[in-house]
Design a protein around this ligand. Structure first.
Ligand code: HEM
Length: 304
């Protein structure tokens, strides 16, 4: 077909397929204005979040409000939070090792990542790591939501908002899985409302670190419309969902590949021993870890 019609063919009303590697940089450029595809942007029924924002300029504004929190310096400042959550994860793994029970690492990593992100967002770790079975039921509900989103990508963009806005009994009949988006938003609802009440600087002293949503709801740079509770809840739900899901997927794939390739695992362990010589050694800093080339390569492979 490509031979007949050339390197660009339309594969759906909103999608084209481009068979020309030279066009890659032009297409994936930060220059110019690019609205999001409405089919993709509407899939999670959260038009108030950055991920669900179609219009280029509004997306820029929303993204700019959270972007400073993801600079390298900000992540270094978050190291104590990440380290204490790693310690909690290791304790839980030890419990499974001692009991001889099989461990679902995917869910363990999800709890780990979601707890870190929730702490960064609201200074409230969800405590998911301590839940029985690594919050299995919670993740099953999330998975249903992701499936509903995947399906909604192929339906007209009005579908999700209409289903979400319908009374519960209609929703349960038309699309039972779609109700799981409410769970994402319910998870963060209380945290966002508490952020709105805590407007003083003491908050950061108590938390011990900056938090994304405390600053967002108190930002002097954002207009009131951008700080409305419903929008902030959607942004927060997307942040915790995206942060937990993507990070745990990468960690799970990486762990699997290392276990399946003992030679590579051995090489990684040898490199790690240069900065963690024994089990009693203090945990390495992020800066130390960043200097390990083999570890860096493994992480890139996991991301790939
Ligand atoms: C290994 C970890 C991660 C991977 C592989 C990953 C991957 C991605 C990708 C491919 C996108 C789409 C980018 C785009 O359309 O421009 C995305 C968007 C997003 N990610 Fe991640 N992500 C990861 C971790 C995180 C974390 C830890 C957070 C939050 C703390 C996060 C929050 C988001 C948000 C909010 C968006 C939507 C951005 C927007 O549309 O403006 N992600 N991520």
């Amino acid at each position: 077909m490509l031979l007949i019609s050339g390197p660009i063919i339309r594969i759906s009303p909103h999608e084209i397929h481009i068979d020309d590697a030279d066009f890659y940089d032009k297409l994936n450029s930060f220059q110019g204005k690019w609205n999001k595809d409405p089919y993709t942007a509407h899939q999670f029924a959260n038009p108030g979040s950055s991920v669900g924002t179609i219009a280029h300029d509004l997306h820029r504004k929303r993204r700019a409000a959270v972007l400073p929190f993801f600079s390298k310096q900000k992540i270094y400042a978050l190291e104590p939070v990440i380290q204490s959550t790693i310690d909690r994860l290791c304790n839980k793994v030890q419990e499974y090792v001692k009991s001889g029970q099989p461990l679902n690492l995917r869910n363990a990593y999800k709890c780990f990542a979601a707890d870190v992100v929730a702490e960064y967002c609201f200074a409230e770790s969800g405590g998911l790591l301590e839940k029985p079975d690594f919050s299995l039921v919670h993740w099953q509900e999330h998975q249903q939501g992701l499936k509903a989103g995947l399906r909604a990508r192929y339906l007209p963009s009005w579908y999700m908002p209409v289903v979400q806005g319908a009374p519960a009994w209609i929703r349960a009949t038309v699309d039972p899985a779609a109700k799981h988006f409410e769970i994402w938003h319910r998870d963060v609802d209380g945290s966002v409302r508490r952020m709105e009440e805590q407007k003083n600087e003491d908050f950061f002293e108590k938390a011990g670190h900056r938090t994304i949503f405390h600053e967002l709801v108190n930002s002097p740079h954002l207009p009131p419309a951008e700080k409305q509770t419903i929008r902030v809840i959607q942004e927060a739900g997307a942040m915790v969902g995206a942060g937990g899901e993507s990070t745990s997927q990468v960690l799970t794939a990486l762990t699997f590949c290392l276990i399946a390739n003992p030679e590579k695992l051995r090489k990684l362990r040898d490199e790690l021993r240069t900065i963690i010589p024994s089990a009693d050694s203090p945990p390495p800093s992020l800066r130390q870890l960043e200097r390990l080339p083999y570890l860096g390569g493994c992480i890139k492979e996991g991301l790939r």
